[in-house]
Design a protein. Structure first.
Lengths: 345, 378
């Protein structure tokens, strides 16, 4: 345990990071890339997706979060024309996903959980086969392959047989494959599942690069990695049992929670009952003591209750030996909506 | 976006279909190139088949052990014994033991020491008792050969002197002498096509479905018809490559009589069209299949249903009616017919046209059915 002087704590007394996030300029009203309206898929009696509606604007990144079996993959499959919906509609750039499938297929790119690269082919050959399936050929195809390989950082590996690529490189190749034909909407089904932290980070950065190169590109991604959704998505929807439970920007969702911001505090002597009452009165909840001098409590995010509690205690003559304020994470939001209990499927 | 790097305008319609078909074939070709073991193993099986089956069934029967029991001791029996000895020293068909005791000979038969026992009874004569042949019919080939040869001896002996004046029937062979190895040649080419189309066409389609590669095809704007065509053609490439390599091997290994380069080209065309028809069957069978275990179950059945009825090993005319019916719709029958005409009978390419028409029609029908059954969803 590292003990710090209370004076040294100043920088920590700042607002939780998400409040510091620069307020994104409100996007000018844009054409919607995809509109989903009451989309439902039933398998027998159970509804994998139950009247799901949302829309994603051009250039927006939209995250679908949910536990296993929530209906994310079924939803993606319907939107990518791989599964006919039981009822409801969806349109990609105004094209109906049931009535106008060929047009929809030309407008979208997909990176699914399945292995869609042939491990006997080189990086370049995989892209060449895929490009032709989208109607690219000749010089145009070669130019797009060069461009996408540069974007995903695989130019050096272009002649390598895919079998020899690491998991991260393979995923980058699949993303290059997904955007090869410059789609308007890119579907990413769990893009970083099973990758090491470095590979994940590099894929996030790569996706950011892709979007800055093509400001029109809308991305719909599913994940159950909350940090990923937080990092990548403009808006997220939490999906469970086939329904959307909530939908907003990650920051707004976090701000909407009643508790979740955690304060860890360690003082030089035992806290008097009156001081404890004072902190609780400020809005501290779920109070827990660790030993004699260490306490932990949660509070409503974004109200600086942890910081005010520490100030109050210092004014009362305590010395703060250690203070940590952990901001609310998207995971807290997730659990608050889906619950923590494991469930049989 | 960099200047000059604007997205190229993609092809649509027919252009897209052709590109898609080309892409699927390109992948099959590249896979083959990276995994030469695929084509080698595809070819190895039929070639080993050719060499082992061809050589084991090829030879005349020889040295069949028989016992001759002479209970008569008369002049007819002596003539019969001379006949057997002539069979032994001449055609080397038998390896004869001359025994006195009928019981001992029959015990030997039941122990497998002898394949047949020829008993020349006490009153052996054309007007009295004929010889008796007791044969081990668990081995049909030896039984029939012995029966025929011994009958012939008795015929000659019983006819006596008159037999010498009879002119034997005229027998002409229409084509140069063919051993079984050569007879098998065209069949083995068909076998390699069957194997090639299974390994590359059938199995590849199933693996693509299982591992999800297929999904990558389904989400593209390519039409379902082009997808089916591409997959069938991809299987055809590998199967016909294997078929043509085996055809070349057959041309080199066996003394076939081909009527020039045109006939070889016609043979290659036959191989291609047969591959097309067989690949189309595989894709039709697996239009809805999901896992590779389906193939494991199917392989033996399909092999038996396509290879044997085609007349690859035995003439079709001798089959029962139902099997002949199978044979009539079996594309291998037609591929084999064309190849036999071209390779064994030295016929001109024109003899193959009717077979080609059937093969092409068969592939088209299968293709259309597959297109109907094929599901674009997962």
């Amino acid at each position: 345990m590292i003990f710090r002087e209370s004076q040294a704590l100043e920088p920590l007394f700042e607002a939780p990071p998400f409040l510091d996030e620069p307020v994104r300029p409100a996007p000018a009203p844009r054409a919607s890339a995809i509109e989903v309206d009451g989309l439902t898929k039933r398998f027998g009696d159970t509804a994998a997706d139950d009247a799901v509606s949302f829309s994603v604007a051009t250039g927006e990144t939209y995250g679908l979060l949910g536990p296993n079996g929530a209906g994310k993959t079924t939803l993606i499959r319907m939107l990518t024309t791989l599964l006919p919906p039981t009822s409801g509609t969806a349109r990609v750039r105004g094209r109906d996903i049931v009535r106008d499938r060929p047009a929809v297929r030309a407008l979208i790119g997909t990176v699914s959980q399945a292995v869609t690269t042939d491990e006997n082919l080189t990086v370049e050959e995989n892209l060449s086969v895929q490009g032709k399936m989208y109607g690219l050929f000749g010089r145009g195809l070669r130019r797009m392959i060069d461009r996408r390989l540069a974007q995903v950082g695989l130019t050096e590996r272009r002649r390598q047989v895919t079998r020899g690529l690491s998991g991260g490189m393979r995923r980058r190749l699949e993303i290059a494959r997904g955007v090869l034909h410059s789609p308007h909407v890119l579907f990413l089904d769990e893009p970083t599942t099973g990758l090491d932290p470095q590979s994940r980070r590099s894929i996030w950065e790569m996706l950011g690069q892709l979007k800055s190169d093509d400001s029109e590109l809308a991305i719909i991604l599913t994940t159950h990695a909350m940090d990923e959704a937080d990092f990548l998505c403009d808006r997220v929807a939490i999906l469970d049992r086939g329904r959307i439970l909530c939908e907003d920007s990650p920051a707004a969702l976090k701000r909407s929670l009643e508790t979740g911001e955690r304060t860890h505090l360690e003082t030089d002597r035992i806290l008097a009952a009156v001081d404890r009452e004072a902190v609780l009165a400020m809005g501290g909840r779920n109070w827990r003591s660790h030993g004699e001098t260490a306490i932990e409590f949660q509070s409503r995010p974004g109200e600086g209750i942890g910081r005010r509690a520490a100030q109050h205690l210092e004014e009362r003559g305590y010395r703060i030996r250690h203070l940590t304020i952990s901001p609310v994470t998207l995971e807290d939001v997730f659990f608050s909506y889906t619950g923590r209990a494991l469930r049989g499927e | 976006m960099k200047p000059g790097a604007t997205a190229p305008k993609p092809a649509r319609g027919v252009g897209l279909a052709i590109l898609g078909i080309a892409a699927i074939c390109q992948r099959a070709y590249l896979t083959l190139w990276r995994q030469p073991i695929l084509i080698i193993s595809t070819m190895l099986f039929p070639l080993v088949y050719l060499l082992v089956l061809g050589n084991s069934l090829n030879r005349q029967l020889r040295y069949i052990p028989i016992a001759v029991v002479d209970e008569s001791g008369g002049a007819y029996a002596a003539a019969c014994r001379r006949g057997v000895m002539a069979l032994q020293s001449g055609r080397e068909l038998v390896n004869a033991a001359f025994l006195a005791d009928r019981e001992e000979a029959l015990r030997g038969l039941h122990r497998g020491t002898y394949r047949g026992v020829w008993i020349l009874p006490f009153r052996l004569s054309p007007k009295g008792l004929p010889p008796t042949f007791v044969g081990d019919n668990t081995d049909r080939f030896s039984f029939d050969a012995l029966d025929t040869a011994l009958r012939q001896i008795w015929d000659e002996v019983s006819r006596g002197e008159e037999a010498k004046n009879i002119v034997s029937a005229v027998r002409l062979e229409a084509y140069p002498y063919l051993d079984y190895l050569t007879y098998l040649g065209p069949a083995v080419v068909c076998l390699s096509i069957f194997m090639g189309s299974m390994v590359s066409g059938g199995l590849q389609v199933l693996e693509d479905r299982m591992y999800g590669y297929h999904e990558g095809y389904l989400v593209t704007p390519i039409s379902t018809g082009a997808l089916v065509t591409g997959n069938v053609l991809a299987g055809t490439i590998v199967a016909s490559l294997a078929g043509m390599l085996v055809l070349a091997a057959v041309l080199m290994l066996t003394p076939v009589s081909v009527a020039g380069g045109e006939a070889v080209a016609a043979g290659a065309t036959t191989v291609f069209l047969t591959s097309l028809a067989i690949s189309a069957i595989w894709f039709l069978l697996f239009a809805r299949a999901r896992s590779a275990s389906v193939l494991r179950g199917m392989f033996g059945i399909i092999n038996a249903l396509l290879f044997f009825p085609s007349g690859a090993l035995y003439p079709v005319e001798s089959y029962p009616k139902w099997l002949q019916a199978v044979s009539r719709v079996d594309p291998l029958t037609y591929g084999l017919d064309a190849l036999r005409n071209l390779l064994l009978r030295g016929s001109s390419p024109a003899t193959a046209y009717a077979d080609w028409v059937f093969l092409l029609t068969f592939a088209l029908v299968c293709g259309v059915l597959t297109r109907v059954l094929f599901r674009r969803e997962i």
